[in-house]
Design a protein around this ligand. Structure first.
Ligand code: ATP
Ligand code: ZN
Length: 290
């Protein structure tokens, strides 16, 4: 059964009518804009697959997913994948499920490692040209579990001045964070070491031979925070979280902003900082002249 367009008459059997209620209730001005929005998710494991499902059910127009891994039986303590999908690439398995949930969504699925030269170039191209009509993607979300992949996404997004969200769940599954990165305006991944990785050596953030704990609860909560902030970002309502950190044992949340580091080791980050600072200066001068 095909989804009816959100602009069509609201009927109870239309899955969009409940979403459009957000507009009638004054939460969002223009919910149907979601159909023109595109999100690129790197890593469709425990967090990324659930994020992708949420965005698909929210009526997103286009989704691009990257992952280099296959579905394994060991993944069954998480959400989304099923035992029937064991052996399939995660991106193909995800694409099949997501497309059946919402036949109107456009999905590009890449079984690729984004830290290789080819993978990185591919990622740059899809960020620049992977949007709904071949334009720039609206948002990149990192749901990977290692330092190298996060740094690759950071480098790509600094270079392209692309807004992105980073996320992570700790090895013991008892804490998690999401972080919103606006190049030049908030800290990038290289500016400051994020909470979840504070105690690890930066090159072994995913420690070899250590079997990380994982809980579908912490991963689902993290995916929910990412999806909620993605909606706020794409549809321009509410306030963005910037760094949102979750401690599961205490049910404690913190929410704060990290300014960019003027001595960040990424030159593209320092360039974005200079550009945004001079833009701010221009805006102030313009206002003074008026
Ligand atoms: P575990 O390590 O606990 O078995 P996992 O590997 O599924 O779990 P998750 O944290 O659930 O890890 O998901 C992270 C996802 O990011 C994985 O599916 C992984 O394949 C993907 N990923 C990590 N690095 C890259 C990369 N360089 N390119 C593409 N995908 C990546
Ligand atoms: Zn930086």
């Amino acid at each position: 059964q095909k989804y009816k367009g959100m602009s069509e008459e609201v009927k109870d059997d239309n899955p969009y009518s409940r979403l459009m209620a957000l507009k009638r209730m004054g939460v969002v001005q223009n919910y149907e804009k979601i159909r023109d929005c595109s999100v690129l998710v790197v890593g469709v494991g425990g967090v990324g697959s659930v994020l992708a499902e949420m965005l698909t059910r929210c009526g997103l127009g286009k989704l691009i997913i990257y992952d280099y891994d296959k579905v394994e039986l060991a993944n069954m303590n998480r959400l989304f994948y099923t035992p029937q999908q064991v052996g399939l690439s995660k991106v193909d398995a995800a694409k099949g499920t997501l497309q059946s949930i919402n036949p109107e969504i456009t999905i590009e699925a890449y079984n690729m490692n984004i830290t290789t030269n080819n993978g990185f170039e591919h990622l740059l191209d899809r960020i620049k040209n992977g949007g709904n009509n071949g334009e720039r993607i609206n948002l990149v979300v990192s749901c990977v579990d290692n330092y190298a992949a996060r740094m690759a996404i950071n480098t790509a997004c600094n270079e392209l001045d692309q807004n992105w969200f980073e996320s992570g769940v700790s090895e013991d599954a008892m804490s998690a964070h999401i972080q919103i990165m606006i190049p030049g305006e908030t800290a990038c991944f290289a500016c400051a070491t994020p909470l979840a990785v504070v105690e690890s050596n930066e090159h072994t953030i995913k420690r070899e031979g250590v079997c990380a704990a994982s809980l579908p609860t912490t991963m689902g909560i993290t995916a929910g925070f990412l999806a909620q902030n993605a909606l706020k970002f794409l549809l321009d309502f509410g306030d963005l979280a910037f760094v949102l950190a979750y401690n599961a044992k205490a049910d404690f949340f913190t929410n704060y902003m990290i300014k960019p580091n003027s001595e960040c080791k990424e030159s593209e980050c320092r360039k974005r900082q200079a550009e945004k600072a001079s833009k701010k200066q221009e805006n102030i001068l313009e206002r003074l002249e008026q």
